[in-house]
Design a protein around this ligand. Structure first.
Ligand code: NDP
Ligand code: GDR
Length: 358
C-alpha cells in the first residue's frame, strides 16, 4: 500500500464504533488520510462507516481499514509501523459498563493494557516526536460522587471493571507523557449519544423502543435504574473536541461535557413525548411504571436484571477548561439529541415496514 505523505495521517482504533464513525467523517472533511482498525467478526460490523468505504483499488484511497485487535501487540505494532500516523485516536474498547461486570478480565485487557500496547508501540517504533495520541477516557472514572460538577481536578473513584480498566489507561497516558515526552492527551468525555449509538446503551434502547411501541411492534420497555443522572451530549460535538485536543502545542487532559444533568426517567418521558405519547409515572422502586396518559396502558416497567452491582448515580461535567483552552463547546442540548434519535428510529422503522409491505 502506498501512503501519501503530503496529507496528515490519522489512525483510529474503534473506527467501527459510534465515535469512530463521527471522527472519521470530521478528519476526512479536514483532508486527512484516515486509517482505521476493525475487528474480524463473523457478521458485518462496518455499518456505521459504510458511507465512507473506498475501494482499495482506488489509487488515492483516503479511508483505509486494517484488521486488528487491542489484545494483539504484534498486530498493533505492525499497523502503526505501516501507517506512520501523525495522530492516533484510541477509541477501541469494550465500552459497556454492565457487560464489564460479566467480562472483567477481557475488559481490563482490551481497555487497560490495550492502551499500554499502543503507547509502547509508539516508543518501540521511535515515533515519540512524530505521533500525537488521544485516549478515550471517561466520566465513569469519577464513579462514586465526590463533588459536582466534575472537572479535571475531581478525584476518581471507579465503580466498575470498565472504569477500573479506564483508570489504568488514564494514568499510563499521563505517565508516558511525563516520562517520555509523548504528546498524549486524555479526553474525559461525559456520555455522548447519537442515532449511531449502540442499541444496548440506555438512550438508544429507549428511542428504539419508543419507535417500536409507536409502530405497534413492541408492547413494553423494560429498564433498570431510572434514578441515575447523566450529562448527555451529541457524539458529533465530542468527536470535534477530540481533534481539537491533538491540535494544541502542549498535551493535556480535558473534560468534555454539557454541564447539564438529566434523570434517565426524564429522558424516557421526553422520548415518548417526541413520538406524541404522554407518559404518567406511578409507583416506586421496582414497582414503578410508566403509563400511557391517554389509555392507561403500561409502557415502561422496571426489571432488576438491568441494575448494576455498583452504580454511578450522578454525572455532571464542568467543561470550563475545554471552553477556555480549546474554544470547545457543545452545540446540541439533550432534548435536541433525544429528538434527533427518536426521529431517526421512527423513520428507520417506517422504512423497514415499507420494505416488508413492498
Ligand atoms: P462503541 O462501543 O460504539 O465502539 C467501540 C469500538 O471499539 C468498536 O469499533 C469496537 O469494535 C471496538 N473494539 C472493542 N473491543 C475491541 C478490541 N478488543 N480490539 C479492537 N477494537 C475493539 O463505543 P463509543 O464509540 O461510544 O466510544 C468510543 C470510546 O470512547 C470507547 O473507548 C468508550 O469506552 C469511550 N467513551 C465513550 C463515551 C460515550 O458516551 N460514548 C464516553 C466516554 C468514553 P466492534 O464494532 O467490532 O464492536
Ligand atoms: P453508562 O451508559 O453506563 O453511563 O456508560 P448506559 O447508557 O449504559 O447507562 C446510563 C445509565 O442508565 C441506567 N440504565 C440502563 N442502562 C442500560 N444500558 N440499560 C438499561 O436498561 C438501563 N436502565 C437504566 C444505567 O444503570 C446507567 O446509570 C456510557 C458508556 O458509553 C461508557 O463507555 C462511557 O464511558 C460512559 O457512558 C461515559
Amino acid at each position: 500500500m502506498k501512503i501519501d505523505r503530503s496529507k496528515k495521517v490519522a489512525l483510529i482504533t474503534g473506527v467501527t464504533g459510534q465515535d469512530g464513525a463521527y471522527l472519521s467523517e470530521i478528519l476526512l472533511q479536514k483532508g486527512y488520510i484516515v486509517h482505521g482498525i476493525k475487528r474480524r467478526s463473523s457478521s458485518f460490523n462496518t455499518g456505521r462507516i459504510e458511507h465512507l468505504y473506498q475501494d482499495p483499488h482506488d489509487h488515492d484511497q483516503r479511508f483505509v481499514l486494517h484488521y486488528g485487535d487491542m489484545t494483539d501487540s504484534t498486530n498493533l505494532i505492525r499497523v502503526i509501523q505501516q501507517v506512520q500516523p501523525d495522530e492516533i485516536y484510541n477509541l477501541a474498547a469494550q465500552s459497556h459498563v454492565q457487560v464489564s461486570f460479566e467480562t472483567p478480565e477481557y475488559t481490563a485487557n482490551a481497555d487497560g493494557i490495550g492502551t499500554l500496547r499502543i503507547l509502547e508501540a509508539i516508543r518501540i517504533l521511535g515515533l515519540e516526536r512524530k505521533t500525537r495520541f488521544y485516549q478515550a477516557s471517561t466520566s465513569e472514572l469519577y464513579g462514586l460522587v465526590q463533588q459536582v460538577p466534575q472537572s479535571e481536578t475531581t478525584p476518581f473513584y471507579p465503580r466498575s471493571p470498565y472504569a477500573a480498566a479506564k483508570l489504568y489507561a488514564y494514568w499510563i497516558v499521563v505517565n508516558y507523557r511525563e516520562a517520555y515526552g509523548l504528546h498524549a492527551s486524555n479526553g474525559i468525555l461525559f456520555n455522548h449519544e447519537s442515532p449511531l449509538r449502540g442499541e444496548t446503551f440506555v438512550t438508544r434502547k429507549i428511542t428504539r423502543a419508543v419507535a417500536a411501541i409507536r409502530h405497534g411492534r413492541q408492547d413494553k420497555l423494560y429498564l433498570g435504574n431510572l434514578d441515575a443522572r447523566r450529562d448527555w451530549g451529541h457524539a458529533r460535538d465530542y468527536a470535534r473536541g477530540m481533534w481539537l485536543m491533538l491540535q494544541q502545542d502542549e498535551p493535556d487532559d480535558y473534560v468534555l461535557a454539557t454541564g447539564t444533568t438529566t434523570l434517565v426517567r426524564d429522558f424516557v418521558t421526553e422520548a415518548f413525548a417526541q413520538a406524541d405519547i404522554a407518559l404518567d409515572w406511578s409507583g416506586h422502586g421496582i414497582e414503578e411504571r410508566g403509563l400511557c396518559a391517554r389509555t392507561g396502558r403500561v409502557l415502561v416497567e422496571v426489571d432488576p436484571r438491568y441494575f448494576r452491582p455498583t452504580e454511578v448515580d450522578l454525572l455532571i461535567g464542568d467543561p470550563t477548561k475545554a471552553r477556555e483552552k480549546l474554544g470547545w463547546t457543545h452545540e446540541t442540548t439533550w432534548r435536541d439529541l433525544c429528538e434527533d434519535m427518536v426521529r431517526h428510529d421512527l423513520s428507520a422503522l417506517a422504512q423497514e415496514q415499507r420494505r416488508h409491505v413492498g
